[in-house]
Design a protein. Structure first.
Length: 347
């Protein structure tokens, strides 16, 4: 089976994708610098996947580190057949505080990855690349559910790096038809592996809802701040499209398969098509954990929208992929991870 090179390989989504690719029969090589992840992920991938992870510690902005990853793929599996580019800084709020860092890391990393794939591909050979994009490229959506042909814009530096990244890759496709790229626009990944051995382990104060709820449930934080209770939604709180990280991982497997089989590019949303409110998540987490999640309401935050959820029909049509797991599954698996690892990987 083909060998797939993952960047940012020990991160939250990438680690779940690593296991999903192995389960589908692919060989995997990973590269990461552990800026937002832990080396202990590798131990758990070994335990869960039954294979010693083939891994290079390094920064994707450094050509030599990427060259070592390609050489490892060649030595162990006969060569790298496709890449999945996860490596990026990803906190919207943080991106407004250190925008230059986000531009340098996310765009510099993408350019370095593309150069490495070109460098290690024979002239004229297919260059299959899965790009980890984001629903932030839709900005404040004009209508719901959001389709892939919706207007594109960005409202923060993180979103800009994803939108500019997409534009860079589309220009590559126009200039060289050997580039075959899957643009995967994620909505809100949550949950954890059902084993409870890998999951989301944010550094410091969580930027996203579910890990914050999890830390309240496990007793690390006293309560959840809910920003806004007067939106035009069923219960007045913001509505988002949450997708189980294992479903998201399977979406990457389907995208890799598409690129290798079809030798064509595609752009798809990866979401459930179902919107859940903040209070929906809180109540589901209380059911999953058997513990209360105290809530305090606060004023709306600037830039937040009332609702955002995907039209996921195109992914079903092109990839044969649909999300299978619902909100209760997401919360149950998140709680298992949080309960077993109250301090994350470093506990």
């Amino acid at each position: 089976m083909p060998c797939i090179l993952l960047t940012g390989a020990t991160g939250y989504i990438a680690s779940h994708t690593w296991l999903a690719l192995q389960a589908a029969g692919y060989s995997v090589v990973g590269i990461d610098n552990f800026v937002n992840s832990s080396p202990k992920v590798l131990e758990r991938l070994h335990t869960l996947g039954g294979q010693v992870p083939q891994f290079v510690q390094g920064d994707v902005r450094h050509a030599l580190a990427l060259d070592r990853a390609f050489e490892l793929g060649r030595d162990q599996f006969g060569g790298v057949d496709a890449m999945v580019h996860f490596a990026a800084l990803k906190a919207v709020g943080e991106s407004t505080q250190i925008p230059l860092d986000y531009f340098e890391n996310n765009l510099g990393g993408l350019l370095s990855v593309a150069q490495a794939l070109k460098r290690h591909s024979p002239d004229g050979a297919s260059k299959p690349l899965v790009f980890s994009s984001s629903a932030t490229v839709y900005g404040n959506p004009e209508r719901l559910p959001i389709r892939e042909d919706a207007p594109l814009t960005s409202t923060n530096p993180y979103g800009s790096t994803k939108l500019i990244g997409e534009n860079i890759l589309r220009d590559l496709e126009q200039c060289d038809p050997s580039w075959h790229i899957a643009y995967l626009r994620y909505f809100n990944p949550v949950g954890a592996h059902p084993s409870g051995q890998i999951g989301e382990d944010p550094r410091g104060i969580p930027n996203n809802l579910m890990p914050y709820v999890a830390q309240v449930a496990v007793g690390k934080r006293p309560h959840l701040n809910v920003f806004g209770k007067d939106y035009d939604t069923p219960d007045g709180t913001g509505v988002r499209d949450y997708i189980h990280v294992c479903d998201l991982a399977e979406g990457h497997v389907a995208a890799v398969r598409y690129l290798l089989d079809k030798r064509a590019s595609l752009t798809v949303n990866l979401g459930t098509g179902q919107g859940y409110s903040v209070l929906d998540v809180v109540h589901a987490y209380e059911r999953a954990s058997g513990r209360p999640v105290p809530v305090e309401f606060a004023p709306r935050r600037a830039g937040d929208v009332a609702a955002c959820y995907a039209d996921a029909g195109l992914a079903a049509k092109l990839l044969g992929w649909r999300a299978r797991l619902g909100l209760d599954d997401m919360c149950t698996d998140s709680w298992r991870w949080q309960h077993l690892n109250p301090q994350g990987f470093e506990g």
